[in-house]
Ligand binder design. Sequence first.
Ligand code: ZN
Length: 158
Amino acid sequence: MEEVSCCNCGGYFIPDPRQKSPRYCSKPVCQRARKAAWQRGKVRNDPDYKANQKQCQKEWCEAHPDYWKEYRQKNPDQAKRNRDLQRVRNLKRNSRDRRTCSLQDRRVNASMIAKMDASKSRETSGHTFSSGQFWLVPVIAKMDALKVNIYKITACCE
Ligand SMILES: [Zn+2]
C-alpha cells in the first residue's frame, strides 16, 4: 500500500485498506479534524442535520449558561481572536447580502483586516502604516487565521 499525505498535518501515512478514500492519518488531532470537516459538510448540505445541531447547541447552552462567559474570562487571547474574526465574518456577510462588492467595500474589508489590533499608526508620505499584531485571514481557502507581528523598519539610507 502506498503512503498518502494527511489533509490535516501533511504527514505521510499508510492508509487502512478498508477505507475507500483515506485523507486523514490516525493521530487524534487529525481524526478530530476529519470529524469537524465531515460535520461542516453535513451542516452545509443537510438542512435537517443543521436544524438538529442548532437545537442541540441551544439545549446545551441553556444547560450550561456560564460556559462561554467563563471560557472568555479564562482565555482572553482566544476570545479577542474570535471577536476579531467575527467582525471579519460579519463584514463579509454584509457585503454578500448587498449582492454587490464595490471597490469601496473591498477597501473597507482590507483596512478592517489590516488595522485590526494595531497598536499605533502614523502617516508616512501619504501612506498609513500600523505596527502591531495582526490576524492574517485567508479569504479563499478554508484554513485557520494566522497571528503575526508586523513591525515598521525605518529606512536609514535616505
Ligand atoms: Zn495527520
